[in-house]
Every structure is written in C-alpha cells, then in structure tokens.
Ligand binder design. Structure first.
Ligand code: SF4
Ligand code: SF4
Length: 235
C-alpha cells in the first residue's frame, strides 16, 4: 500500500508533503499539541506531539510522513512525558484557573484534564511578568503566556502585520510587541485579527467578551480536547 503510515497500528493514508500530524488530523486521530495549528508553519516547540517513530522520538508536527512508518502515539509512557511537560508549563507561568476568563476554553487546562493532572508537581516559579492593558479591545496578560508563538506566526503569516515576537532565550524568553513603546495599544492589531483570537490560553483576550459564554457551557466543558482539536484549521 503506497503512502500509508501506521499510528498505534492503525493504517493512515497521507499525501506527499504531509507531516505525521497532518495525516493524523485528517484521519481523526488525536496527537496532543499546543503550538500547532493547521495552516500555520509548524513550530515544534511545545514537544507535546512527541511520538516514537520506528523507536526514535520525533515531533509529529514537523516530521514528514513516509510510507510504512510505524508511529507510537497513545502510549502510557508518552502520555506520562506529555503530562510532565504540561505540568512544567503550568508552574513556569502564573496560572490561576478559577480567576481566569479563559477557563473552559483553554487548551492548556484541557490538556491537564486529558492527562489526569492533579497538581503542578514542580515548585511554582511565580515569575513577574508584565500585563499590557493599553489596547482598547485586546488584553495581553503575559502571566499565562506559554510561548507557543501561535500569535507570532498568525500575525506574520495570516494578518501580515508582525505585531508579536519572542525575545530572549531559555528562561528569559518572553513575548514582546513590535512597537517603539512595546505597548499593544501602539500596534495596529485589531480584535478581528487571527493573532488576537488564536491564543490557546488566556494570555491574549478580547476585552468586554470574557463571560459571554457561561462556565459549564464552554468548549472543553462540552467536548474533550481530543474531540475538539482534531482537524480544526485556522479561521
Ligand atoms: Fe488556567 Fe488556561 Fe487561564 Fe492558565 S490560561 S489560568 S491554564 S484557564
Ligand atoms: Fe502563544 Fe498566547 Fe503566548 Fe502568543 S500570547 S505566544 S498565542 S500563549
């Protein structure tokens, strides 16, 4: 059979040029991920989509599919590593879910539930990060930023504006706004831009719309992250 790979033993067809993630999403197979969105350049930074390909670790969002590939995805060992990565993302930022208007719509939180995470496990960093409320309709709370760069890519590749960037390295990495003042209010970001709507957590929020959908009726209150995140391209 040509152009077929196997994910946890299931035959999955793919087209030339597709990655493992592309093929999995098209087949309705969930590979956990945070920094990937179909239609944007794969980034491979969150590492949640790490799978084993013919016995070696690889990022499903960046590795091209090839014929006959054997991919291990939904295994206890891989999901334990993914749970640890999720816990690290929680403790590296300041995530207080009950006070966050993204709760129920947040992919990080949903992944915590998905992996059966009961606590952060690691000591919290409690970093001091800047909140930017200077924009009339969009709020930037870096406390919750997981540095996935979805807003960076969306602004550059879809909106054509280049509003956001990541500055610094390692533990010093942080999200910046590409204006002379560094303030969102001085950028040409609009609430309708993909960059303003794509944040998977509660770091970029629309002002004035926080509680329009009641808690209990939100995305991940109604569907698991595995059901909600399969094959949802950018809009
Ligand atoms: Fe919780 Fe998500 Fe808000 Fe962080 S961004 S506080 S994980 S709901
Ligand atoms: Fe990702 Fe949101 Fe941070 Fe942008 S603000 S890098 S979309 S978590």
């Amino acid at each position: 059979m040509n152009n077929t790979l196997f994910i946890d033993g299931q035959a999955v067809p793919f087209e030339a040029g597709q990655t493992i993630m592309d093929a999995a999403l098209a087949a309705g197979i969930y590979i956990p991920h945070l920094c990937h969105k179909p239609g944007l350049t794969p980034h491979g930074s969150c590492k949640l989509c790490t799978v084993e390909v013919d016995g070696r670790s690889a990022s499903a969002c960046t590795l091209p599919a090839s014929n006959g590939m054997q991919v291990a995805n939904n295994t206890a060992a891989l999901n334990e590593v993914r749970k640890t990565l999720t816990q690290m993302l929680f403790v590296e930022g300041n995530h207080l879910c009950p006070t966050c208007s993204k709760t129920g719509d947040c992919t990080l939180q949903a992944l915590g539930y998905h992996f059966g995470m009961l606590d952060g496990h690691f000591p919290p960093f409690y970093p001091r990060r800047e909140v930017d409320a200077s924009h009339p309709t969009v709020m930037l709370d870096r406390d919750r930023c997981i540095l996935c760069e979805l807003c960076v890519r969306a602004s550059r590749e879809v909106d054509g504006k280049n509003v956001f960037a990541i500055s610094g390295r390692g533990a010093q990495s942080h999200l910046i706004v590409n204006t002379a003042s560094g303030k969102l209010g001085d950028s040409d970001l609009q609430a309708e831009d993909l960059a303003a709507r794509i944040c998977p957590v509660g770091a970029i929020l629309s002002k004035g719309h926080g509680y329009e959908v009641p808690i209990g009726l939100r995305t991940f209150d109604r569907h698991s992250v595995a059901e909600s995140d399969v094959a949802t391209p950018i809009t």
